[in-house]
Design a protein around this ligand. Sequence first.
Ligand SMILES: *Cc1c(COP(=O)(O)O)cnc(C)c1O
Length: 356
Amino acid sequence: MRQATVYIDSQALQYNLNRVKQLAPTAKIVSMVKANAYGHGIKDCLAALNSTDNFGVACLEEALEIRKLGYQQPITLIEGIFSEEEMDSVIQYGLECVIHQSAQLDWLKARKEEYITKNLKVWVKLNSGMNRLGFKVPEIIEIINSLKAEGFSCVLAMHFANADADHPLNEQQKTQFLQVKEACDPVLASCCNSAAIFKWPELNFDYVRPGIMLYGASPFADKSAHELDLKPVMTFDAAIIALNQIQTGEAVGYGSTFVASQDMQIAIVSIGYGDGYPRAFIKPNYVMINNKPAPVIGRVSMDMIAVDVSGLTVTLGTQVELWGKQRLVDEVAEANGTIGYELLCRLSNRPKRILK
Ligand SMILES: *Cc1c(COP(=O)(O)O)cnc(C)c1O
């Protein structure tokens, strides 16, 4: 059988969830499991994250999967619902909506009694400068105060555009958030993703919304998962399926872009962009074999890559770590001109998935 495997380490996931608890001891934790738990597989991740307070997802379909698997925690729909019909499922399955559009406000109010009876919170989104979703100041103050007057329990919600960096917009976003929080006092509040959980403990408030840190990758470009005391949850492995001796001047792979400058031994590994391994590297890339780096040479194909194994002890079937505990996904992402989030989310269904 083709060895292309995604291992999920549920203890690492639990360890990272405990890191969130350490960093935000008084806040409830909304574990973000959108996009199939950042590509890790929703079913296995829910089991490991079962001690979380809430889950956060991007759409109704993702929320219904959680309910189908039997989990009862509150679920926040971070973009809210996309049509009035979805309100039926919201009520039936007890889902909590983000409200960022006045239409959503109308849909919610039309089902007011049921929503309130079910004890569901309304997450009202502030646009404090990211300019994706939300109401601006002062409109949001009126909205929250009128929802409260109607008996709704509200969470003021906001998302930082630059929590991972020093950026002047951070101050503006914080100031506006605190201003609205005060003007709507008392109101529940939530503004921290992973980066903000690390950076601004004073902003943890009632709910924190960790995503990437749960999976053991770093939200920061300049700090590794190890430095943040996070444990990588995913190990992406494949195996050597051929070993070739090539001579100086011979080329490898499509486009013959790699030409050997000396005689060398290369290994063909059964992994490619059809599995979600990225193709377009902007920097030299390598994989790990028995804890040693082996450079990826030539182009990544759909099903195979070639690596330079000169000087390494390898045989057919030797395991190769594409990313995981030795080679961090964030490092592969950096060589690929992207972020760990993207590589994790865009894995295909082809690799086997094994829970450890
Ligand atoms: C995805 C998401 C998060 C989690 O962000 P990370 O950077 O992965 O921690 C938090 N809040 C909202 C609204 C999100 O969409």
